[in-house]
Write a protein that binds this ligand. Sequence first.
Ligand SMILES: Cc1ncc(COP(=O)(O)O)c(C=O)c1O
Length: 407
Amino acid sequence: MTTTELNQRDWVSLEQKYYQGTFKRHPITLVRGEGTRVWDSEGKSYLDFVAGIAVNVLGHCHPAVVEAVQQQVTQLVHVSNLYYNVRQIELAELLGIQSDGMRSFFSNSGAEANEGAFKLARKYGRLHRNGAYEIISMENSFHGRTMATTAATGQPAYQATWAPLPDGFKQVPFNDLEAVKKATSDKTAAILVEAVQGEGGIWPASQEFMQGLRDWCDEQNLVLICDEVQAGSGRTGKFFSWQHYVRPDIVTLAKGLAGGVPIGAMLTDPRTDIFVPGDHGTTFGGNPIACAAGIATIKTITEQNLLDNATQMGEYWKEKLEQLCAKYPFIDSPRGIGLMRAVNVKHGLGPVIVQKAMEHGLLLNSTNPQTLRMIPPLILTTADIDEATQILDATLAEVANLPAAQA
Ligand SMILES: Cc1ncc(COP(=O)(O)O)c(C=O)c1O
């Protein structure tokens, strides 16, 4: 569609009329993307440090993903899981290599991947821990929007309206091993953790905590589940964020796994690999198009050394963020791993900074008014970072003049 054609319709009012009010949208309509950039319906371009909330790991419309989808769509769009599916097996093989031996189950989203993990953990508890079913997760975590993943999410704001939530979930403070031990009972089947909390504001777990969880799970015969939906697929500079820490029993992935095409995955080590036919299933999960995109994404990450790039660009971006934090007193605590970064924002100025940065051509996101999150594509270059730094600097200079910033 041309800009003129696009502007013949008022997308904002049409959305209000026809789409449910679930999203608080920014007032732009994105129509095209290429690499680290997107364009809106007015033709304005933005450097994209949101990347579909950690989805577009290869940037927008990466040629490898485009070609894989184009080829697949002419061969086989969908086939039931009643039959073998070449692309599904190939993607599972690549994940088996990345994870050093885990087997996969594919779904369509992160929440669904976690649902599969919860079922697997409950089956393990039933078979190997006297019927234990409870899952201990962390405060400030996020695991999805289905009823069970909402019950697992450690943020009361996401839970309040939907009570009663499914039974068998409890939360303890993140990075507090003693709290986990205290909360463990003969009902406990599993511990669920994000090695780097994403929606919670980019908080990495400590080494001691993750090692402590692994040891505790081994000692108590519990299942350790790592939710890699946001931190996985290379974002932290390793394919899985647990590779910075310890090996879990079950891993969930989604977001970046197929470079922008919807997919979820639940991987398990042999000890917990106990589903049998009939236990679990899906119509669309492992769809040939999603898997072809996933194969292209993993191959590109490997062949183009994008894990190393994420590490190097992450360090460069961290330096820039540290400099900006030193210059502007209302932002501090730069943190994160690889290309999963955030800073704290005082006086609840997060949304104002996001809005002004957008006006200057940089897309950022605030997980809450006190946190500015940056999760750009793994193909990021130093030139992109220099440009983002310049825009953010100009944005922060403007915000510094607001009365709220001087409070
Ligand atoms: C860590 C984590 N787990 C699960 C989810 C849910 O994924 P989805 O929105 O694909 O269901 C998210 C989404 O933000 C997430 O960040």
